[in-house]
Ligand binder design. Structure first.
Ligand code: NAP
Length: 312
């Protein structure tokens, strides 16, 4: 059984190798750029942003596993062997980390952390920067899948009035569920902090645009930890400049890294985090990969299987 890994640099590969030796010692593991790789040996691939066409060059490939939760970075390959099962990376560790990031981001925006950091830089003192209490703040989570449902649960635990928006109706204790396009305006109208945890698909690309922002109450804030392609940046900046949107915390961008000359860096209303919301440990991801391969070999259903009909 041979696996090829494209995720991180040579140091990361050494770590992957060590992790797989622990969880699935029978697996032969190769690094993507290894010139000694025999294409016909490869049966499984774990990838982040694979070079277009390379996956199609493995004639005996049976299963593709994303090194991250999203699969948009794989679907971009025009030669992707679409007949093969494609599995997303979803571990309890990642969903917990995402919940922590979202709670931290929401609390930071509500307790004015960006303004307080700026004040620190000038040794300023302004005891009016007390922020907004939880009791007065309604959070709305777009996407109630693996990441969004855990984030919503944790927001409820903090005491936020929390709602979620998804394709299908959900039952999560304490979370008001809005489903489908027709419910989107009502969901936005009751949302003071909009959190995006949608997958990037043709129907969600650019969803945080001028029309969406206009439906949020004045003074609302935005947290995006989905994908950079969800935000129309010019519209978000216009919303911030007009004062309709108060602040934004963004973790994901197109492209990444965020270019040095991007206006986002300069904007006082935007707080940037460098795609750090939920980066699962290699050990936990290797465990998930090993159990996925074992389930595949036994012909069992796969957790996190990409559904081409839904697009996520
Ligand atoms: P997921 O389990 O596939 O969940 C997707 C959710 O979005 C589901 O609740 C789905 O509704 C909903 N949805 C999809 N299309 C929709 C539409 N057009 N309208 C309304 N709802 C829609 O995805 P996930 O694993 O939670 O990942 C969510 C996002 O987080 C992805 O973009 C992923 O790339 C990103 N992510 C980022 C980081 C980071 O470090 N920043 C880390 C991990 C993941 P149904 O449930 O009804 O199908």
């Amino acid at each position: 059984m041979t696996l090829i890994v494209r995720s991180g640099d040579a140091v990361a590969f050494t770590d992957w190798h060590r992790c797989f030796a622990e969880v699935m010692p029978e697996l032969a593991v190769h690094n993507w750029p290894d010139p000694a790789v025999q294409a016909e040996d490869i049966r499984y691939a774990v990838v982040w942003e694979p070079d277009p066409g390379r996956l199609a060059s493995f004639p005996n490939l049976r299963l593709i596993i994303s090194a991250a939760a999203g699969v948009d970075h794989i679907l971009r390959d025009p030669n992707l062997p679409r007949h093969l099962p494609l599995v997303r990376m979803v571990t309890p560790e990642q969903t917990q980390l995402m919940g922590e990031y979202v709670c931290w981001a929401v609390l930071s925006l509500m307790r004015r952390l960006p303004a307080i950091i700026a004040l620190n830089a000038s040794r300023g003192w302004n005891s009016n920067l007390t922020g907004e209490p939880i009791a007065d703040t309604r959070v709305g989570v777009m996407g109630l899948g693996a990441m969004g449902s855990r984030a919503a649960e944790m927001l409820v635990g903090l005491g936020y009035a929390t709602a979620g928006w998804s394709t299908t109706q959900k039952t999560i204790p304490g979370v008001e569920s809005f489903a489908g396009a027709s419910a989107f305006p009502a969901f936005l109208a009751r949302t003071d902090i909009l959190v995006c945890l949608l997958p990037l698909t043709p129907s969600t690309e650019g969803i945080i645009n001028a029309d969406t922002l206009a439906l949020l109450p004045p003074g609302a804030s935005v947290v995006n930890a989905g994908r950079g392609g969800h935000v129309v940046m010019a519209d978000l900046i216009a919303g911030l400049d007009s004062g309709h949107i108060k602040s934004a915390m963004l973790d994901v961008f197109t492209p990444e890294p965020l270019p040095q000359d991007s206006p986002v860096w300069e904007h006082p209303g935007i707080f940037v985090t460098p795609h750090v919301a939920s980066f699962g440990s290699r050990r936990a991801r290797a465990r998930h990969i090993a159990s996925t391969i074992a389930a595949f070999e036994r012909g069992e259903p796969l957790v996190g299987l990409y559904d081409p009909q839904r697009g996520y």
